[in-house]
Design a protein around this ligand. Structure first.
Ligand SMILES: CC(C)(COP(=O)(O)OP(=O)(O)OC[C@H]1O[C@@H](n2cnc3c(N)ncnc32)[C@H](O)[C@@H]1OP(=O)(O)O)[C@@H](O)C(=O)NCCC(=O)NCCS
Length: 128
């Protein structure tokens, strides 16, 4: 497998991932796994119609963001939150990544599978 490196170009980068919802069924009950999900994600997903599906799609989004970023940052440093209209967005908790990258994400889930796509690009550097 090629060694992963930081994105060098300013072209947008895309990541996509699919996961089985069944992997998250127990987790949805346990309300734990802080090395993967943030407290906010766990709280948000518990309030969803199907917590396992929402957790699974967030996990897929974290994987998709890591693919787009080409960097294996910790899962709990990539937070997926819903905006007021329900659309998801990535909140990078790593300050350096948050400062340098902008992203869009989309989630989809069924009873069996959840998927996410993430597009990421470098922010324009501010002129001093
Ligand atoms: C809302 C909508 C995305 C749901 O689609 P769906 O096929 O039933 O469900 P999917 O599994 O594909 O997608 C669900 C995910 O879509 C995302 N989503 C919700 N509202 C969204 C929106 N307005 N725009 C983009 N994504 C949205 C969420 O991340 C949700 O998962 P989550 O609740 O776990 O965070 C779809 O109806 C849609 O795109 N509608 C257009 C926007 C819209 O009509 N908004 C409602 C205005 S009243």
């Amino acid at each position: 497998m090629p060694k992963q490196s930081k994105i060098q170009s300013k072209e947008p980068s895309v990541g996509f991932d699919l996961v089985e919802v069944a992997r998250f069924k127990d987790l949805a009950k346990a309300k734990t796994m802080s090395n993967v999900f943030t407290a906010r994600e766990l709280k948000d997903c518990q309030q969803k119609q199907n917590p396992a599906e929402s957790l699974a799609s967030r996990f897929a989004a974290k994987e998709a963001a890591r693919k787009a970023l080409q960097k294996n940052i910790k899962f709990n440093q990539i937070e997926i939150i819903n905006q007021k209209n329900g659309s998801p967005q990535v909140n990078f908790l790593d300050k350096a990544i948050k400062e340098h990258y902008q992203s869009v994400v989309s989630l989809s889930h069924t009873k069996r599978v959840a998927g996410a796509v993430c597009i990421l690009w470098q922010k324009k550097s501010k002129k001093k």
